[in-house]
Design a protein around this ligand. Structure first.
Ligand code: HEM
Length: 332
């Protein structure tokens, strides 16, 4: 299959790619392949990035159901509720606050746990712990894996109990939806784990990026996609060339790795969530979660960012870990 068939290695071209292999899938979604239990997950969605062609389509179809835009819309009231309870708990700050710890993580913790179908405070705690560990380069891989394993076990017990008892806690949540569609339990747990750890962490980073970008353009509204392109979380994806091909003057050899930019290029708008068969499965969810947060914050406050800390190394690539800002009430 011709993996690189366009004329330029840029954002748009990626929509024509298919038989591809991502190099650093672990950069996008940190989880854990070492412990035996993890390596046995057949449908674990981080693996999607490594699959190709019909095998990839089959796996993706199996887990994509709860992530479609129409299904995501039902979560809107819950997201607004989560946002407002977080804001009222915080009061009206008149001093710089660290947005990640004080606002974004508490919101994401509740939102992701509810969306996945695990509204259990103990598991939220595991998720937050794991998410923070993933962002801290000083913490060893083995400690991260241990934390992931604890969350996996807690999640597995909960899913098993819910499946055995036939009780669906939240009708539209990911776990009940996948259980109802007859998915293997280990697939369901794989999806839940990805969402709760890597997905949540990536989204926190995404929301922080959106807030920094929104702070640069007070009173101008922008979509989550536009904000993410101004302050990107994932700016390139890596591909293996599966069939030698010319891109402009350059010949790309079979087996060679190329980095494809997702940032705006000449004649392209940029693709913060990628495009084509491997386009981000969580994109609708991220747009909803980040959209509610950014819309609510920017319609109530002007954001004056005073400090930004960037994550510098793997496991999940670049992104922001902390943003300190002064929130000036704009019409309250
Ligand atoms: C700001 C947050 C996020 C950004 C910017 C982002 C970006 C991306 C990008 C650019 C890709 C394409 C990678 C490639 O083509 O090689 C991707 C793939 C993927 N993303 Fe996300 N993502 C985010 C959050 C999430 C979340 C919350 C989930 C949880 C469900 C998720 C699940 C996935 C999966 C499963 C894939 C692989 C899809 C496949 O190979 O078929 N992402 N993401």
């Amino acid at each position: 299959m011709d993996a690189l068939s366009g004329q330029r290695v840029s954002g748009r071209l990626i929509s024509g790619l298919d038989a591809i292999e991502a190099l650093r899938s672990s950069d996008l979604i940190p989880v854990t392949t070492v412990a035996d239990e993890f390596s046995r997950w057949p449908g674990d969605i981080p693996q999607l990035l490594k699959l190709q062609g019909s095998e990839h389509r089959r796996h993706r179809r199996a887990v994509a159901h709860p992530f479609g835009p129409a299904r995501i819309r039902v979560w809107d009231p819950m997201l607004r509720h989560m946002f407002h309870s977080g804001m009222s708990a915080m009061g009206r700050p008149n001093h710089p606050i660290e947005l990640s710890n004080e606002l974004v993580w508490p919101y994401i913790e509740g939102a992701f746990a509810t969306f996945v179908g695990i509204p259990d405070p103990a598991n939220r705690q595991h998720m937050v712990e794991l998410g923070r560990m993933s962002l801290d380069p000083g913490i060893s891989l083995s400690r991260r894996r241990l934390a992931a394993l604890r969350l996996y076990r807690a999640t597995r017990d909960l899913v098993t109990a819910s499946a055995d008892g036939g009780e669906v806690q939240i009708r539209d949540a990911v776990i009940p939806t996948l259980i109802k569609s007859g998915r293997d339990l280990s697939d369901v747990i794989g999806v839940a784990m990805t969402m709760l750890s890597g997905g949540a962490t990536l989204t926190v980073s995404g929301i922080l990026s959106c807030l920094v970008a929104a702070g640069r353009r007070p009173s101008q509204r922008a979509s989550v996609d536009e904000l993410l392109l101004e302050c990107p979380v994932v700016d390139t994806v890596e591909r293996r060339v599966t069939k030698g091909t010319h891109i402009g003057q350059r010949y790309l050899q079979t087996g060679e790795m190329v980095s494809v930019s997702l940032m705006p290029q000449e004649h392209t708008k940029g693709l913060p969530f990628g495009a084509g068969p491997h386009t981000c499965l969580g994109a609708s969810w991220v747009r909803a979660v980040a959209g509610v947060f950014v819309e609510e914050i920017t319609s109530n406050f002007e954001i004056n960012v005073t400090n930004v800390e960037e994550r510098v190394d793997p496991p999940i690539g670049r992104g922001l870990i902390a943003v300190t800002a002064l929130l000036h009430p704009s019409r309250m």
